[in-house]
Design a protein around this ligand. Structure first.
Ligand code: CA
Length: 481
């Protein structure tokens, strides 16, 4: 097998139903939560929704002169970066009521506007808003920080901060590969510009501060820069390529994990469809975790569209590795590859490792059977089967960690990409006992362009709109009319 681990992932889609008790919430989330009984269902047109005790704040931008009128006021929007005239309520567009907030994006102006809204700290926050971009919107090359949800002590140099960015990426970004002996495993950085201009929503996480852990087994980089962005994978379905000229309903949630537990979560829904779910992949000792990977979701290259994927590639090799000590072990059992309902390859490990390498058959398998035991260097299977990956191709296996594991990486070779495609199954350790004071307490709207790597704003004057913003401790749901 050719192992040339490279590039982390911007857009990944892997379907991971998990059976362990720790991840019950994740399993439940295959359906939109409270589809019939979300907050919005109780408040047609969002009328009165702001009075619901679950709602931290709601804004339909119906007020006159918003957000300027609320600038700097208690409970109001603030920090308009000195350019409030670039954000104003308008009656030309609306999803909720008759007005929305129009944002003007002047040509070649960086960070023309922000508004921030703080709220009492929460462990779990749901955000819903509607977003529309001009019909012929030109996406900035490096995308933009469109909105984000923030936990921590903003602007405090001693704070441990956590941010979920919902960015709209207009560019393919390449990220450093996984750890090597001389490179920290968490270090992600834009290394050059490979532009494809596909406007995809991308959920990113950025962390500042010591001792925060993102399930990657390494301290989080603590400074402002590209290398402390950690793209979260799409692990349910591919994100839509956003189009100008129509409204999108964007919903996301952040849940901090309980101290000492890997039960944090992040999810994004677009127009009611669950796109991203970063569940608590809790690889606890002595608990089975069933993992099913649908190979259509093995679009695990660095591409942001299905074309840059394993689709159509022969699936004939796989490798699974994790970070750990030499003595750390994993068991894998009940491995199968199927397509269209037909099993192509199956291995129960009762008679040994079969065609797997770098592992050995051991007891402790599923149902007191035997399983394949492997260490941190992982195992591989190469040439045991060969099928082109399509939507019906499915991998299935059972994993049993015998140690605490933060990340397991599945690797498959793509001739098309001439590179290994990888998917990281990782936990979401957003808070530990030492950081139990971290809470979600701020929501922000950009757009903000650039950063150090990019010095220009949008290539021409254009507009976008936002409406129906609700931040709540309960799932909000699509606006009910
Ligand atoms: Ca409105």
């Amino acid at each position: 097998m050719q192992i040339r681990l490279l590039v982390a992932v911007i857009s990944v889609a892997v379907f991971i139903p998990m059976a362990a008790a720790e991840v019950t919430a994740s399993a439940d989330s295959t359906q939109r939560p409270e589809t019939q009984t979300g907050l919005a269902a109780k408040y047609p047109g969002d009328q009165g929704i702001e009075k619901d005790p679950s709602v931290l704040f709601a804004e339909g931008f119906e007020g006159k002169d918003l957000p300027i009128a609320a600038y700097g006021k208690p409970g109001g929007f603030y920090d308009l970066q000195g350019v409030p005239k670039l954000m104003y309520s308008t009656d030309k567009e609306a999803v909720v009521g008759k007005q929305s907030l129009e944002l003007f994006h002047p040509q070649n102006v960086i960070s023309p506007q922000w508004f921030h809204r703080s709220f009492p700290g929460q462990d779990t926050v749901y955000v819903r808003f509607y977003r529309k971009f001009e019909k012929d919107w030109v996406w900035p090359i490096l995308g933009q920080h469109d909105t984000y949800l923030f936990a921590g002590k903003y602007n405090s140099p001693a704070a441990s901060d956590l941010t979920f960015y919902l960015d709209v990426s207009g560019v393919q970004q390449k990220w450093h590969s996984p750890p090597t002996a001389d490179r920290r495993p968490t270090r992600n950085a834009v290394v050059d510009g490979v532009f494809n201009m596909q406007p995809l929503p991308v959920l990113k996480a950025s962390y500042q501060g010591p001792d925060l852990e993102f399930g990657i087994g390494s301290p989080i980089i603590s400074h402002v820069g590209w290398d402390n962005y950690y793209p979260l994978p799409y692990n349910r379905s591919p994100g839509p390529v956003l189009q100008g000229g129509r409204w999108y309903c964007i919903e996301y949630m952040g849940k901090l994990n309980s101290p000492g537990k890997r039960d944090g979560q992040a999810r994004v829904w677009i127009d009611g469809k669950l796109i991203t779910e970063m569940g608590a992949f809790a690889l606890k000792k002595d608990q089975w975790t069933d993992v099913t990977l649908m190979a259509k979701d093995l679009r695990i290259g660095y591409g942001t569209e299905p074309g840059d994927s394993l689709a159509g590639n022969p699936l004939n090799n796989l490798k699974m590795v994790f970070n750990g000590k030499e003595t750390d072990r994993f068991l894998i059992d009940d491995f199968s590859v199927s397509t269209g309902g037909k099993t192509v390859y199956q291995e129960q490990f009762e008679g040994g490792p079969g065609k797997f390498t770098d592992g050995e058959a051991a007891g402790g398998g599923f149902g007191d059977s035997k399983a394949l035991s492997f260490g941190p260097k992982g195992f591989g299977i190469d040439g045991a089967f060969s099928i082109p990956v399509d939507d019906s191709t499915t991998l299935r296996f059972k994993l049993k960690p015998l140690c605490d594991v933060d990340k397991v990486t599945l690797v498959a070779w793509s001739e098309k990409l001439n590179a290994n495609c990888q998917y990281d199954l990782c936990g979401l350790m957003l808070r530990d006992a030492q950081h139990s004071d971290i809470q979600w307490n701020r929501w922000m709207l950009g757009p903000r362009y650039g950063g150090k790597a990019y010095k220009e704003g949008p290539p021409r004057d254009q507009k976008s709109w936002i409406d129906g913003l609700v931040v709540a401790t309960r799932y909000v749901g699509l606006v009910a009319h």
